[in-house]
Design a protein around this ligand. Structure first.
Ligand code: GDP
Ligand code: GDP
Length: 466
């Protein structure tokens, strides 16, 4: 580990566009206040941020806002001078729902007079309501806007894609290992053997009545050694550390279970249960390395399940699916195959998710499921050496060369793994904007199948040298 300074990324934008929310999202903790009222006085904050292993210091400028938004640019000019000097990139946040305002344009003009590289971010872009605003954000003049929902955690991968070319090299010197976003025990992700990875952080999520509480009780039952409940991770979640003896090898392995059922009891009763299970899942996913989505065999796969699964994958977590209540399942094989097909269809980003049949009531299938969770974490945490990666890459390109639109071949030069936990790859080349999505998928599928990243959300970023 070298002692290079982490890159600084400053968040800039008019009041109420979601700067604090983005800051919280990047830092992974509730540090900054979020308020519906624009101009609420806040302090400027610094935080350690990690996106997919890209580590940087993030600076929230929300507190620099005047009560009178009209004077904001002047005040901002004064206040940001110092920080901008040390900034390696600026995230210029606008509100995709509200559209651009004169103040946004004024900030844009001012930013253009600065030397710092600017990434335009169109926040609140979730759903249809944000679409027009994202297009409009092109007109800020800083290139392709990153559509983001800071609140829902969508688009963070795109943000990574935009930041990486600017600060990636600088960040690389900082630390080789990659922390999980909560960084609550920042272990390097490169070692083999889960002893080095610490306790497996496992979250069991699913709709109400899928059997989560029953499953957790079963796992923590008398044949398991409970090493002490620990309500420390945040005030919103409950983690239990325990030890599981793997019957296939006899090894004792540490697991930290994130108890979403416990979390639910603490939540406000006014919230609808439907909504709540997604909110629960989101919190649990934040802390987990591996997420088990628990389905109910008597209910099958519903839209809500896909939503939770998609969210876990978006957040870069390793995901597995377990069909619970298998003891009372009817037409077992067609049920299993039906769910398998619906998952592949509904979650196009990861084909062939590991799928298990379990019963929380009888305990059937649980050891198999836990064994698999450790294996999946292993590949989620694995780093492929650059040489081996490029041998695979050369073969993949030879087997299926990239197209030559207009007679000019797209050149893909090499590939590196930019992070682990989850695995991220960067492909360097030229004319990359011409590369069809289908070719990107070809590479992603190849990485997953041939380099041992099954079940893991793999992302590939394309990068042209400047
Ligand atoms: P700041 O003044 O720029 O720091 O903005 P805040 O982070 O305080 O957010 C202002 C308001 O926008 C709050 O009500 C947030 O909940 C909301 N908000 C933030 N991000 C999003 C988002 O991605 N989508 C939506 N719909 N609302 C958001
Ligand atoms: P949660 O809301 O996801 O925590 O679900 P619970 O653990 O409270 O379980 C909901 C219902 O499903 C309860 O009546 C459980 O007894 C039942 N249940 C849970 N697991 C199983 C199982 O493996 N088999 C059967 N037959 N019932 C189960």
């Amino acid at each position: 580990m070298t002692m290079t300074r982490k890159p600084n990324v400053i968040i800039i934008g008019r009041p109420n566009v979601g700067k604090s929310t983005l800051f919280n999202r990047l830092v992974g903790k509730k540090l900054a206040l979020v308020d519906d009222q624009p101009g609420v006085t806040r302090d400027r904050r610094f935080g350690d941020a990690t996106i997919a292993g890209l580590e940087f210091t993030v600076v929230d400028t929300a507190g620099w806002e005047d009560d009178d938004p009209e004077t904001l640019p002047g005040r901002m000019r004064r206040q940001t001078e110092v920080s901008l000097e040390g900034a390696d990139a600026a995230l210029f946040v606008v509100d995709a729902r509200a559209g651009l305002t004169p103040l946004d344009e004024e900030i844009a003009r001012w930013l253009r007079s600065q030397t710092v590289p600017v990434v335009p971010v169109a926040n609140k872009a979730e759903g249809k309501a944000g679409e027009a605003g994202v297009l409009e954000a092109w007109s800020l003049g800083f290139g392709e806007p990153v559509p983001l929902s800071a609140e829902h955690g969508e688009g963070i991968a795109d943000l990574f894609g935009a930041l990486w070319p600017i600060i990636g090299e600088k960040a690389e010197g900082v630390s080789e290992g990659v922390a999980v976003p909560d960084a609550e025990d920042s272990k390097d992700g490169e070692e083999d053997g889960d002893g080095d990875l610490g306790p497996l952080k496992l979250a069991i999520v699913g709709r109400p009545n899928a059997g989560k509480s029953t499953l957790i009780n079963r796992l923590l039952g008398e044949d398991r050694l409970l090493t002490g409940p620990e309500a420390g991770i945040t005030r919103d979640s409950i983690a239990v550390d325990w030890q599981w003896t793997d019957p296939s090898s006899g090894t004792v392995r540490d697991i930290r279970l994130i108890d979403t059922a416990g979390m639910r009891k603490k939540a406000r009763v006014t919230e609808k249960l439907e909504k709540l299970s997604v909110a629960d899942a989101r919190r649990a996913v934040d802390f987990a390395e591996v997420v088990v989505l628990l389905l109910d065999a008597t209910k099958g796969l519903e839209h809500q399940d896909l939503k939770i699964a998609d969210m876990a994958l978006q957040e870069g977590r390793a995901l597995m699916v377990a069909i619970n209540k298998w003891d009372v399942a009817e037409n077992a094989s067609s049920l299993f195959n039906g769910i398998r097909a619906a998952l592949d269809e509904g979650l196009s980003q990861v084909k062939g998710l590991p799928l298990f049949a379990v019963s929380a009531r009888t305990g059937k299938g649980l050891d198999t499921m836990l064994g698999a969770a450790f294996e999946i974490r292993q590949s989620w945490s694995k780093r492929v050496p650059t040489a081996a990666l490029n041998r695979w890459f050369d073969d993949a390109l030879a087997a299926n060369p990239p197209p030559a639109p207009g007679g000019k071949r797209i050149k893909l030069r090499y590939i590196t793994q930019s992070s682990t936990r989850p695995p991220r790859f960067v492909v360097f080349g030229t004319r990359l904007d011409m590369l069809p999505k289908s070719y990107e998928r070809y590479l992603v599928n190849g990485i997953r199948r041939e380099l041992g990243f099954e079940a893991v959300p793999v992302r590939v970023v394309l990068k042209s040298p400047k």
